[in-house]
Design a protein around this ligand. Sequence first.
Ligand SMILES: *Cc1c(COP(=O)(O)O)cnc(C)c1O
Length: 347
Amino acid sequence: MLPTIPIDLRSDTVTRPSPDMRRAMADAVVGDDVFMEDPTLNALQRRAAEVFDREAALFVPSGSMGNLTCVLAQTRPGQEVICETNGHVYNYEMGALSAVGGVLPRVVDGENGLLSWEVIAKAIRPKVYYRPQTALICLENTVNMAGGTVLPTSRAKDICDRAHAQGIHVHLDGARVFNAATYLNERVADMTRPFDSVQFCLSKGLGAPVGSMIVGTRDFIEHCRSIRKMLGGGMRQAGVLAAAGLVALEHGPKRLQDDHDNAKVLANRLADIEGVTLDPQSVQTNIIIFSLKDSGVSSAELLQRLAERKVLAVPVDGERIRMVTHLDVTRQDVEAAADVVRSAMMR
Ligand SMILES: *Cc1c(COP(=O)(O)O)cnc(C)c1O
């Protein structure tokens, strides 16, 4: 089989809807979702709630809106949200926490992007009336900018239990929580039960063109429905998107192991290349971050050379590059991509 051209490893968001998904979209029965009358969207929301063993779920146009909605629902302006230094909510959502929510992000360093209660506890504000109060902790699983690392379920539960004991809520940015579930061989419902709110993306490895879901209690989701409307996220015949989401939710998770296997193959081959620093053992899911430090080549320079050879990836910083496997790249593609990196490093 010939490689896909270009081989696009920039993100798992680049996946395009499959023929089956497009057919489901074309055939979707739809209605006005602001009136809550879209049968396909209602079915997706019921199904997501069921998969996560929750009372209710809500479809949102993006993961960013899902995270912001959950933050707004659980904080007041002037309160603090604890998040990790490399976290998506802090770095890649246009400062919406403070710009829209009026909350202070309190950023702390995790290990490989993963927080522990020990680290979080030091950042929690004393309950003194003239200090800002910690309202929410935001965790991420998998951790995108730490190379797709997985949060162990016992650690998540420990953080949630201790936070709840102090009246602090915990939100999970589970953009790739199904990748984490695949790695852990656990059910997402069991992994995410202790969280007050969860956001997950349909539009990444699961393969839908658009959309994320948030899940929680019925009251919480009704509150989020109002916030989503305030943010401009009330949609009308969104069943055409929900139809794709239903296919993604049913069939997407089963094939994520293929992406992880391809990431391993790619990581092993990249690690063999002179000038590339990468521990293939550290690659747990579908994201690889490798370094070019000491190679004399910057990430911008290598990305330019790769693009000329029809392999696409993104920079993390001046010396690190991220590659992501997904359903639109094959085993042959990742093997070819590794060969291209090898030749590009030589010039
Ligand atoms: C992609 C992503 C999101 C949401 O992104 P959108 O592009 O807004 O859908 C949130 N968190 C993480 C960790 C992500 O990788």
